[in-house]
Design a protein around this ligand. Structure first.
Ligand SMILES: Nc1ncnc2c1ncn2[C@@H]1O[C@H](COP(=O)(O)OP(=O)(O)OP(=O)(O)O)[C@@H](O)[C@H]1O
Length: 226
């Protein structure tokens, strides 16, 4: 088991009271499984990702990442766990304008003090895995939106995370490029054995995911495969 949310409740301050964003959510995501999370705006999808990423601490319940109960960690411990075990892909790639494709990946590992040669080899292998080996020397403005999102995904995999959390990666792409990104996520999840959670608005992508979870008013329910 790579990611477990166990009876997680998250509330935010709301006027004099509290707003319940996640309401006793239990979700297990095994290694090698691509789980889609869908639901209306404001239903709690981003909150679920933020809790899974250990960026937000729930009021109640357990978040277990690659066997570690994150409730037992202090802030530094959670930061280390995020660096080592969790890959996060946001909606917008947020690539650094002055760096080439391969450097966008290398910078991640340099931060954690790995050997430069091994880091470059790993970065090139990942660019190859996302179909961009030939674009390694290009800067973001020389790449398409779909290519930038592929680099974003490759960058999130640099530290070989057990858990990959992906927030609306296709929202800035046309349908065909979006479908190709979801296809890539499915392949990488299977090959690398990540426990992948994909938040998406686009239900046409669900055919390519292993499983769909619906969030409604902060509660999750399983949906049969489409
Ligand atoms: N920092 C915050 N403070 C207060 N309330 C918040 C905060 N973040 C989210 N909420 C509220 O919590 C609920 C769940 O929000 P969340 O962002 O998780 O939904 P979502 O499903 O990701 O929505 P969307 O699809 O629009 O991104 C909403 O009612 C939202 O208004």
């Amino acid at each position: 088991m790579s990611l477990l949310l166990d009876d997680v409740t998250l509330t935010y301050p709301d006027g004099d009271g509290r707003l319940t964003a996640l309401d006793a959510v239990t979700l297990e995501v095994p290694a090698g499984v691509l789980t889609a999370v869908v639901g209306p705006s404001g239903s709690g999808k981003s909150s679920l990702l933020a809790v899974a990423a250990t960026l937000v601490t729930p009021d109640r319940g357990r978040v277990v990442v690659a066997g570690t109960d994150t409730g037992s960690l202090d802030q530094a411990g959670r930061a280390a766990l995020r660096r080592e075990k969790i890959g996060i892909v946001f909606q917008q790639p947020n690539l650094l304008a002055s760096l080439t494709a391969v450097e966008q990946l290398q910078v991640m590992a340099h931060l954690s003090g790995a050997q430069p040669k091994a880091v470059r080899e790993r970065a090139m292998a990942l660019l190859d895995a996302v179909g961009l080996a030939g674009q390694a020397g290009r800067r973001p403005h020389q790449l398409s939106g779909g290519q930038r999102q592929r680099i974003n995904i490759a960058r999130a995999l640099m530290n070989e995370p057990a858990v990959l959390l992906v927030d609306e990666p296709t929202s800035a792409l046309d349908h065909e490029r979006g479908a190709a990104v979801v296809e890539l996520l499915a392949t990488l999840t299977e090959e690398r054995g990540t426990a992948t959670v994909l938040v998406t608005h686009d239900r046409t992508h669900l055919a390519r995911t292993d499983r769909t979870v619906v969030v409604q008013d902060g509660r999750v329910s399983e949906q049969a495969l489409a």
